[in-house]
Design a protein around this ligand. Sequence first.
Ligand code: HEC
Ligand code: HEC
Ligand code: HEC
Ligand code: HEC
Ligand code: HEC
Ligand code: HEC
Ligand code: HEC
Length: 275
Amino acid sequence: MTRFLPPALPRFIGALAWRRQALSRPLALMLAGLSLAVVLISCATVTRTVVAPPSIPGATFIGSVACADCHEKLCQDFKTATHAALQAKGPNATEVGCESCHGPGSLHNESGGGPRTILNPKKSPEVCFQCHLDKRGEFHSASHHPVLEGRVTCGDCHAPHKGPAVKGGSTASLSESETCLACHTAQRGPHVFVHEALREGCTVCHRPHGSVNAKLLTQRNATLCLRCHFQQQQVGGRVVIGGQDHTAFLRQGTCWSGGCHEAVHGSQVNTSLRY
Ligand code: HEC
Ligand code: HEC
Ligand code: HEC
Ligand code: HEC
Ligand code: HEC
Ligand code: HEC
Ligand code: HEC
């Protein structure tokens, strides 16, 4: 993180922490917010290309062409990968391509692929965060996929070497759901009463990396469902959803709690997805 900050910033934040004791609470909070904003802006303005590539002690960059000697098939496929855009040409561009994720490859090459001579992001997502800095924060959210904990990897859902980086393609939500269903078999069905919402993929309701809301939900209340289910506001403050008067129901909790539509992914017994 510090590497992305202008050199003076940590000192500025340190000074701020010290001064906070002497400041009134609202002012201190405002300044803390300001310093956070500065950090965020400084991160956001780092363009991907100026980010330092990962390093391996004693190794130098040899360029992607060298990798093809031993990883021929993979290098061939890589032409179709989203990250092939990283491969630039020219004498000053050797550190891009394969080595932007795997680190400099000279020792690995010389040792004929010896152990511990090259980075494998499967073991740590840190290399990904160098360019996708915002993702680190997402995995720190209250509800998140346990990637930093090492139980799920970026590669479980993303294809670094071939085709679209978002497995299944970021537009084809049905095949994208297949990625999720490989681990979450309970949501697969088949259900007697299917919830049509799932045809639009899991990410209409879930954020894939992390969320401030429980269960990775994009929204924590009825807003989640009302996006697709039209709510009619009637005279006298009555609320009608799906042709049913929901005025009293909505006071009990939100759509899927309080015993209303607990089977949000589909039901075997109830057409209204009750359980
Ligand atoms: C001289 C042959 C050779 C060259 C050149 C070579 N590799 Fe390898 N590489 C191997 C061998 C052998 C292995 C270990 C067996 C395997 O997993 O296929 C390996 C394994 C790997 C691994 C997995 C390591 C692990 O710990 O899981 C990565 C990543 C890798 N190579 C990347 C690269 C990259 C990037 C380049 C180009 C900079 C490259 N290799 C060039 C032979 C080579
Ligand atoms: C966007 C980052 C990224 C780039 C660019 C990249 N790789 Fe990888 N590589 C990965 C990840 C992530 C894994 C671990 C895959 C997994 O989780 O199974 C990996 C694994 C590997 C492995 C181990 C065997 C395997 O398939 O799991 C080899 C070998 C390898 N990469 C070679 C290469 C070569 C050669 C290139 C360039 C043509 C390249 N990589 C470009 C991210 C990348
Ligand atoms: C050297 C910088 C760099 C590294 C390292 C890197 N990426 Fe990327 N990534 C990019 C760029 C550039 C794009 C293309 C963005 C675009 O075309 O909009 C991209 C695109 C993506 C996308 C697709 C975005 C989309 O909208 O379709 C995913 C997913 C992704 N990267 C995941 C990863 C993962 C996982 C890793 C680690 C294994 C990784 N990246 C490592 C630079 C990087
Ligand atoms: C549980 C599956 C899953 C894991 C694990 C995962 N991703 Fe993603 N990621 C997705 C999905 C699905 C999308 C497409 C977003 C959408 O459709 O709304 C995505 C989108 C992205 C994008 C492009 C869109 C954006 O939000 O900027 C990047 C970059 C990315 N992921 C990086 C990463 C990195 C880096 C890691 C590991 C630290 C990672 N992802 C781990 C599922 C995952
Ligand atoms: C590699 C396996 C794997 C893949 C692929 C995967 N997940 Fe997960 N998912 C997990 C694990 C592990 C947890 C954490 C469960 C726990 O902490 O008990 C989790 C947690 C969740 C949770 C929160 C559950 C809770 O109790 O808080 C949701 C929702 C979820 N995943 C949805 C998805 C979606 C949507 C996708 C596809 C974009 C997906 N998952 C892909 C393994 C996976
Ligand atoms: C219409 C919105 C919606 C869609 C689409 C959706 N989910 Fe969910 N999902 C929810 C809600 C709401 C909850 C929370 C239910 C609860 O707390 O009782 C949830 C909970 C979960 C959980 C946690 C289950 C548990 O027992 O704690 C997982 C895992 C999950 N969803 C996976 C998926 C997967 C995989 C997909 C795609 C195949 C998907 N969801 C599509 C709304 C949705
Ligand atoms: C992406 C759009 C979408 C989202 C989001 C969505 N739904 Fe649906 N839902 C549908 C569609 C389409 C149908 C089938 C057509 C219909 O009955 O309106 C349906 C049907 C239903 C039905 C069955 C109605 C019946 O009696 O046949 C219930 C109950 C339901 N949804 C509840 C929910 C709940 C609860 C949520 C929030 C967790 C939710 N929906 C979110 C699209 C969505």
